[in-house]
Design a protein around this ligand. Structure first.
Ligand SMILES: [Zn+2]
Length: 248
């Protein structure tokens, strides 16, 4: 059985309701890593997502890469968004399952945008020194003290053999759908230029489509422009027999 945790970044958007309806109809659980600035404008979409069984997590407030912010600014962003998440859970009258955080662009504070160079780091990933400097460690210490955890189990991807990744308080991913490559802003400039390319990427990934007990963490984005891309790719995964796992 192929297993994956579905994670969706940058919610809410004007497309969130459509995406959540698609997932809820198919009983697919997802974690939405939400931006505080967008939650402040549209809390209703997130309350609705909670009511439909989705898990809400923190993706900073302004989506500014952490490498461009001071330690104090990053903590302030995380706390502002935490407050909004708590309010949404209260309004939905649902108990919050846990505190989860993902850095925008997977920049953990040192300016290294791991999301963009995800493909190239997997070569020597077990020993790679990924997150080094004092600010990165300081943020990790804060997250751990505040009770942030990674809710995923049975991760077999080599990335999670790297202790800095496995023990981190923030959530990474083990497979990027690269759906963002089909936005108008980026289309044609990266390796994957069409929906078919992205379906082949799923088919060809050596870890994603490996049968066994392990699970992968897949990353999609909540953006109106590529909402249909996400739905088509999740459908492609269902057709391949994927089971999407719940973190609760
Ligand atoms: Zn993001």
């Amino acid at each position: 059985m192929l297993k994956a945790y579905l994670t969706i970044d940058d919610s809410p958007s004007p497309y969130t309701d459509t995406l959540i309806d698609f997932l809820a109809e198919r009983n697919i659980p997802a974690i939405l890593f939400c931006r505080g600035d967008r939650m402040a404008e549209n809390p209703q979409a997130i309350i609705r997502a909670i009511e439909k069984g989705m898990v809400i997590a923190n993706h900073s407030y302004s989506h500014c890469p952490a490498g461009e912010l001071s330690y104090e600014e990053i903590i302030s962003e995380i706390e502002k968004t935490e407050k909004l998440i708590d309010e949404c859970y209260q309004k939905a009258a649902v108990a919050r399952p846990g505190k989860y955080f993902r850095f925008p662009y997977i920049d953990k504070g040192d300016g290294d945008r791991l999301e963009r160079r995800f493909g190239e780091i997997t070569g020597d990933i077990e020993t790679a020194s990924l997150f080094g400097d004092d600010k990165v460690r300081q943020i990790q210490d804060y997250l751990k003290a505040e009770g942030f955890t990674q809710p995923f189990e049975k991760l077999t991807h080599p990335l999670y053999k790297n202790k800095a990744v496995a023990r981190a308080a923030d959530c990474l991913f083990t497979y990027s759908s690269c759906d963002w490559m089909l936005t108008r802003r980026h289309q044609g400039q990266f390796d994957y230029k069409s929906l078919d390319d992205l379906k082949c990427k799923i088919d060809d990934d050596p870890w994603l489509c490996r049968e066994g007990e392990g699970a992968q963490i897949v990353l999609f984005h909540d953006q109106p422009e590529i909402g249909q891309v996400a739905i088509a790719l999740i459908t492609h995964m269902l057709d391949k027999g994927f089971e999407f796992l719940s973190v609760t």
